[in-house]
Design a protein around this ligand. Structure first.
Ligand SMILES: N=c1c2ncn([C@@H]3O[C@H](COP(=O)(O)OP(=O)(O)OP(=O)(O)O)[C@@H](O)[C@H]3O)c2ncn1[C@@H]1O[C@H](COP(=O)(O)O)[C@@H](O)[C@H]1O
Length: 106
């Protein structure tokens, strides 16, 4: 899983500077961060719509689109995917409910 995502991240970072007429990543990158962010939002909504329609196969495709566009957005801000996966690892074993309760008592 991690290896696949890292391969995709490497490809995306390489393609950013490619010819926009030959690369979707390059084309989207030239359209600017707001456009990339908009695509992330759109793909998230499409994933939600697939889920609410009980469309499991659709959800798989929309989730792939969402992850792909999120990595394009991370690359645009030069945030390594590793940082996100490290953050998830840091949270491992910490119940979301316990974490929320700890925040409220701050
Ligand atoms: N994983 C993906 C991937 N997932 C989705 N997409 C593209 O994302 C686009 C999203 O489709 P939309 O209809 O929402 O977008 P659109 O019509 O271009 O955008 P709008 O102007 O309508 O907003 C489609 O063109 C998909 O092909 C992807 N494009 C590329 N990759 C990976 O990125 C690599 C580099 O791609 P290029 O930069 O194109 O070489 C590829 O080898 C793949 O591994």
């Amino acid at each position: 899983m991690r290896a696949t995502l890292f391969d995709l991240e490497r490809t995306i970072r390489q393609r950013r500077a490619a010819d926009p007429s030959a690369s979707y990543v390059a084309k989207l990158t030239t359209r600017g961060r707001a456009k990339i962010a908009q695509k992330v939002g759109e793909e998230a909504v499409e994933a939600v719509i697939a889920a609410m329609a009980d469309d499991r196969q659709g959800l798989v495709g929309e989730s792939a689109d969402l992850l792909f566009h999120l990595i394009v957005l991370l690359a645009d801000l030069d945030v390594p995917l590793d940082a996100v996966l490290d953050e998830l690892e840091r949270r491992e074993g910490v119940s979301g409910l316990a974490e929320k309760a700890a925040r409220k008592s701050d």
